[in-house]
Design a protein around this ligand. Structure first.
Ligand SMILES: [Zn+2]
Ligand SMILES: [Zn+2]
Length: 542
């Protein structure tokens, strides 16, 4: 059989989040990105969702390294859980590794980190991986040109083509074109903003939008919420503060520590004396507060400020303008708007929509995706980093730039695709999907999450009974403890009757079988009302 490069999709396809792809040839595997996903409303109490890595565990002897495209959570957020176990070096640029180290430190996970610079090439088994500068909403983002024995696999990573990035480091289209000229076997292209026509707006425009806020609100304190990892955004705010002679107070633990990381690796220049430790001595109209919490996170600085629960001598009111330099990630809208409502209640002026040029996307729009495709000119194309509709549209776009429709495919989580010069084919499926983290990885997390959902929706019922093995019936009363379940007197009687019946039904059974029968009988009492409480039967033998 002809040899193929195998691409194993462990996350980040058919979804936006927890990106992880393994590239395999013969006895070598490398992992591209190892990310986490924000928990959804339907996973109560979960901290993060990370990829199932059964396939990697089964093939650990082949694993040569993990390469990271950039430092966003959906690309690095699972390294803290798997890095130590995998035991291979992790490669990334300075900011990526700085952000990762911060997380590894919190969990005390020893992982070997190897810093690369844009333009570097590393060798991992039969692969060599070149890191190519791309613009994104944070510094240190790279596309990867992965040389395999059968040709180049080109991974765009998250990118945009910003004509005026604030660090003047543009997406290296010149190098990408050279790689395209030499021939690219397979391209994995990010698809996030394929639905948006035209081009994304330059990060510099946000600087202009924010400058207007500074100009129009000289008598007010300015509070700006943005992602701590958006070093370009934070940089522009620091520059504006210097220009308008304001001091900056960083609100939120992660804002402080990430700003420190970014400045340490040289991706953030902090003007001397601009940042203050507390707000005490600074007049409000001479202050800018940069806060975490753009996604409405409950414990974030912005959320606390909105409820006047932040402390540290800061209470928002009419003399404040609050800017949300962000858009809600789908699924977070409700909590974001709750924070915005509360900010209005405090009397603050709130600026939160893109009309004001206070936020731009870090992901390429349609025209930029087309430019990327025209530079790479891959033989085979697979869209990643998107839900199905994004992937579907990205395939259409690729075809419009000349990729043969037969040479495209939309991958799903768990699929293994093989590619060589003769074709692109799905080989097989591997175990893949969601692993839930609540403090630590939850074994059998899907069950735990299912139980939590059932508890939240239908409540819990504990049924206590004592079984007499001589008479094959119950001694005493059936006791019912209900939490979050509506047990009327009538329902109570029904349950007691059903439990007795279940116990008396068959005299030959063992205790565990009787317990099972009790559970089934109790659950049945709720089916007709379409209720599915968690039932815990406790049957003790006398
Ligand atoms: Zn990103
Ligand atoms: Zn991403």
């Amino acid at each position: 059989m002809a040899k193929t490069v195998r691409v194993v999709f462990l996350g980040g396809v058919g979804e936006i989040g927890k990106n992880m792809t393994a590239i395999e040839y013969d006895d070598d595997i490398i992992i591209v990105d190892c990310g986490a996903e924000f928990p959804h409303d339907d996973s109560p109490g979960i901290d993060a969702i990370i990829p199932d890595v059964t396939y990697i565990r089964e093939n650990l002897h082949k694993l040569r390294g993990i390469v990271l495209t950039h430092g966003h959570e959906d690309h690095i957020g699972a390294v803290q859980y798997y890095g130590e176990e995998f035991g291979v070096p992790v490669y990334g640029t300075a900011l990526t590794l700085g952000l990762l180290q911060r997380k590894l430190g919190e969990r005390n996970a020893p992982v070997k980190l190897v810093e690369v610079k844009e333009g570097d090439t590393i060798t991992l088994g039969c692969f060599s991986v070149e890191f190519i500068k791309v613009a994104h909403s944070m510094a240190g983002a790279c596309a990867l040109s992965i040389n395999t024995p059968l040709g180049v696999v080109f991974v765009t990573g998250d990118f945009k083509i910003d004509r005026s990035p604030i660090d003047n480091k543009k997406t290296n289209l010149k190098r990408i074109k050279e790689i395209g000229d030499q021939g690219v076997l397979l391209m994995l292209g990010e698809s996030t903003n394929v639905e948006r026509k035209g081009r994304s707006t330059s990060e510099k425009v946000v600087g202009q939008g924010l400058q207007k806020i500074f100009e129009d609100n000289t008598d007010k304190r300015i509070v700006i919420a943005c992602f701590a990892s958006s070093n370009y955004r934070v940089q522009q705010i620091l520059w504006l503060a210097e220009k308008f002679k304001r001091k900056v107070y960083l609100a939120g633990r992660s804002m402080k520590s990430i700003v420190e990381v970014a400045s340490k690796v040289g991706e953030l220049k902090i003007p001397k004396g601009v940042i203050v430790d507390g707000v005490g001595k600074t007049a409000p109209e001479k202050l800018v507060i940069i806060a975490t919490g753009t996604q409405g996170e409950r414990d974030s600085a912005l959320s606390k400020l909105s409820k006047d629960d932040f402390g540290k001598g800061i209470t928002l009111g009419e003399k404040d303008v609050v800017v949300l330099s962000s858009t809600p990630i789908p699924g977070n809208e409700k909590s974001v708007y709750e924070v915005i409502n509360n900010l209005f209640r405090q009397g603050a002026k709130v600026v939160y929509d893109s009309m004001n040029d206070v936020h731009v996307s870090g992901h390429a729009y349609e025209d930029e995706l087309r430019i990327m495709l025209e530079h790479v000119r891959p033989k085979y194309f697979m869209p990643v980093h998107g839900e199905y509709r994004h992937q579907f549209k990205h395939v259409e776009l690729a075809v419009s730039t000349g990729v043969d429709p037969k040479n495209t495919a939309i991958p799903n989580v768990g699929e293994v695709w093989g590619v060589n010069k003769g074709g692109l084919r799905q080989h097989s499926n591997v175990t893949a999907g969601n692993v839930y983290v609540d403090g630590d990885i939850i074994e059998d997390g899907a069950c735990v999450v299912r139980d939590r959902r059932a508890l939240a929706e239908y409540g819990i019922l504990i049924v206590l009974a004592s079984y007499n093995s001589k008479t094959h019936s119950l001694d005493g009363d059936v006791e019912i403890i209900a939490r979050g379940v509506n047990v009327t007197d009538e329902k109570h009687l029904d349950i007691v009757r059903a439990v007795n019946k279940a116990v008396n039904e068959d005299e030959t059974r063992q205790l565990f079988e009787i317990t099972g029968a009790v559970k089934k009988a109790v659950k049945k009492q709720f089916y007709r009302d379409r209720q599915f409480p968690v039932v815990i039967p406790v049957v003790i033998e006398d």
